[in-house]
Design a binder for this molecule. Structure first.
Ligand SMILES: Cc1cc2nc3c(=O)[nH]c(=O)nc-3n(C[C@H](O)[C@H](O)[C@H](O)COP(=O)(O)OP(=O)(O)OC[C@H]3O[C@@H](n4cnc5c(N)ncnc54)[C@H](O)[C@@H]3O)c2cc1C
Length: 419
């Protein structure tokens, strides 16, 4: 395991630091207890969300001008032409600053690379530059009410009509669909084929007639993801990526790129709860002096260091040009539940202040309130806890796979609520 950057990595890190120092505010310069309304972690409510989107677009443009908007993209598409380790370095450094990001990760991280592999030259020329500089935002229309972990079970219908396709059905949990300009979608074009076969992949304009986006209001007050209904939505065949029936293959390009995103999820960790215990009082004095509190934070310290060294293993693999193994699943599994435990405990320690979530008057930057809400989503997004445990069981521990009854049966003959 390597703990230090090699000379090339160190040089890249200092170039990134210089850019960030000149253009963004360091997290360490903002007091946790001070009021910092407008910090990315405090975003909840419609006005704050609009303002955050505007700031995010400005930030993305600035990154694009500096050549740092997409570290992994080849230079021919305006990217930095970097390696996965340089991507990790960029994410590690940006994480130390208050910047509005996160709106472009799906496009730049997953959908852009899919278009690079499967798109036509004229599409790459038309769409990739604006995806890169934040001018146009993309969303990923994959999950459906009965297809999430089991993505190949999607039911959205795609029927050929001359030189167009007609889409009917529903997607759900589509992050950013309410402000996205374009989307990438996978739909079932041949129900008589087996599950993973009869799928076809398209990109489309989110303003196409027949698309209805309904934001889902979350417990935090934000509405980051949506239900998206398709009612006879016409998509030209020229917007198909890959061959008819190859939708699963194209989706794998998207999903493989999702797995490459090894960045730290935003939010809180040991340092923040440690700071909090120094600030708040419990019945026998400062929380940090209380033996029960100390035991708790010691456990989180151990988890946090374990995660850090697990991450070093992934980073070392990336640095050597290898693909990180299933340890990425372990990281997300532990990170998400640790975040939930830490924030829930912090809110108890904050007493009545823990009940307040007001972005105009944030208590402790709303860090723990938002952390609690975000951690529950993190335990589902990009692979639920149970699915990750299956991966660890099968690929790390070598346990046998679940029985698969749906492999050789035509999709239309699989039992469902309707038949
Ligand atoms: C914050 C957030 C953002 C998202 N953004 C997007 C987006 O932009 N685009 C998009 O397409 N989707 C998005 N999703 C959807 C996400 O991909 C799915 O929620 C996820 O794949 C789980 O699918 P599901 O919600 O249908 O749950 P299900 O798959 O129905 O799971 C329900 C329960 O069953 C368990 N389960 C399922 N299969 C197994 C199994 N084989 N073994 C054991 N237990 C199992 C699960 O762990 C879970 O507890 C997002 C989700 C979240 C939380």
């Amino acid at each position: 395991m390597d703990f230090n950057d090699n000379p090339k990595e160190a040089e890249f890190r200092s170039q990134v630091r210089e850019f960030l120092d000149q253009n963004a505010q360091k997290r360490s310069e903002v007091s946790l207890t001070g009021s910092s309304a407008g910090a990315p972690e405090t975003v909840s409510g419609e006005d704050a969300a609009k303002e955050a989107l505007k700031k995010a677009k400005e930030w993305q443009k600035k990154k694009a001008e500096a050549g740092l908007a997409a570290i992994l993209w080849p230079k021919e598409f305006g990217g930095y032409g970097g390696t996965p380790i340089e991507q990790v370095i960029y994410q590690q450094e940006e994480h130390n600053y208050f910047v509005h990001s996160g709106y472009f990760e799906i496009g730049i991280g997953m959908l852009g690379p899919t278009m690079m592999v499967w798109g036509k030259d004229e599409d790459k020329k038309r769409y990739l530059p604006k995806m890169l500089n934040g001018e146009e935002i993309w969303c990923q229309l994959f999950s459906e009410p009965s297809a999430g972990s089991d993505l190949a079970g999607i039911r959205m219908k795609a029927e050929k009509d001359g030189s167009d396709w007609i889409l009917n059905g529903q997607k759900v949990w589509t992050s950013g669909a309410h402000f996205a300009d374009f989307g990438m979608i996978v739909a079932r074009s041949d129900p008589s084929a087996v599950k993973h076969k009869g799928l076809t992949y398209f990109f489309l304009d989110m303003k196409t007639p027949g698309i209805e986006v309904r934001p889902i209001k979350q417990i935090s007050g934000s509405a980051n993801f949506n239900e998206v209904f398709f009612n006879n939505v016409r998509v030209p065949d020229t917007q198909r990526l890959g061959e008819e029936g190859d939708g699963w293959k194209v989706s794998l390009t998207t999903l493989m790129n999702e797995r490459l995103a090894v960045g730290d999820p935003p939010g809180l960790d040991f340092d923040q709860i440690f700071d909090l215990t120094k600030e708040v009082e419990v019945e026998d004095g400062p929380a940090i002096k209380n033996s029960e509190v100390r035991q708790k934070i010691a456990d989180w310290y151990v988890q946090s260091r374990g995660l850090q060294y697990t991450k070093y293993r992934s980073i070392t693999a990336l640095s050597k040009g290898q693909t990180p193994g299933p340890e990425l699943s372990i990281s997300k599994l532990v990170t998400a539940s640790k975040m939930q435990d830490v924030s829930s405990y912090a809110l108890d320690l904050m007493d009545m202040n823990g009940y307040v979530l007001d972005d105009k008057n944030p208590v402790m930057n709303n860090l723990f309130q938002n952390g609690l809400f975000f951690s529950t989503a993190l335990r589902i997004a990009g692979g639920t806890d149970e699915v990750l445990r299956n991966i660890i069981a099968e690929r790390v521990l070598g346990l046998p796979q679940d029985e698969r009854m749906d492999k050789k049966v035509a999709f239309k003959d699989l039992p469902s609520g309707k038949n």
